[in-house]
Design a protein around this ligand. Sequence first.
Ligand code: DGY
Length: 322
Amino acid sequence: MRKPYVFITRKISREALKGLNESFVVNMWEYEEQPVPRDILLEEAAKADALLTMLSDKVDLELLDAARNLKVIANLAVGYDNIDVAAAIERGVTVCNTPDILTDTTADLAFALLMATARRIVEAAEIVKAGKWTGWSPLLLAGHDIHHKTIGIVGMGKIGETVAKRATGFDMEILYHNRSRNTEAEERLGARYTSFEELITTADFIVCLTPLTDETAGMFNKEAFQKMKQSAIFINVSRGAVVDEDALFEALVKGEIAGAGLDVFKQEPIGSDHPLLTLPNVVALPHIGSASAETRQGMIMLCIENIARVLYGGQPKTIVNP
Ligand code: DGY
């Protein structure tokens, strides 16, 4: 009998694959930092019973139509906007993601980015390393306070709630906007639900954690940035396409907002000549929200478990329900 074929679109440790190797034929793209080229992905998908994909792999109609044996896609991310989930489900393909396991790590990064942007930590560290620190002075690299300010969280799922929990330690007032009320966050953390309009006009820190959908694409546009306080700091840890990057650049240049901390971009990797990267009040990171060694290992193991469960005919641990 033919053993099911599993294709992994990025290099992961052979050790992690032990659980799959016994029962399945496993093949993987052997590069850690380079995504699998589209033509190879399509070829592999055509043979695969299971795919372990990255958020940079586009799983669209073309791929799904080629993937005649495919039973499960395990995406190494909580977000799954790279996958046409409805089309996958229509073809009987189970889609899995990695929620929960990355919640604390991603919330840590969101808060670290907020702090780095507000307190100009990257600029400050660069000055010291470049030998440009000429001495202490009263306003040298004076940034913005975080404590006792208002944080506005757009997208109050598990990661949003966990960011809010961190904010309570800084005595912050917590506002949130979400598709639906999160009464648990209201009761446990004192978070207050507001309209999007109220949130963006009153928060000192606007933290974007909403998933990318047709409704959220481009929601942070020119109008939204114009409504923010001039002292506001915008943080994005969700997906780049939720933001109109040209409008963000304009808002920063015109001083309509004070700064931005960005872990995600419309085009990833962002080109080093992108206008946003020329601004000193932008802290830019290479999409490392969930990138701690422990969490990434846990995410890989969860993907592997989901694949094994589905291929053995069972239910995955974490399934995407659109
Ligand atoms: C996710 O899991 O969707 C995050 O963006 C990864 O850092």
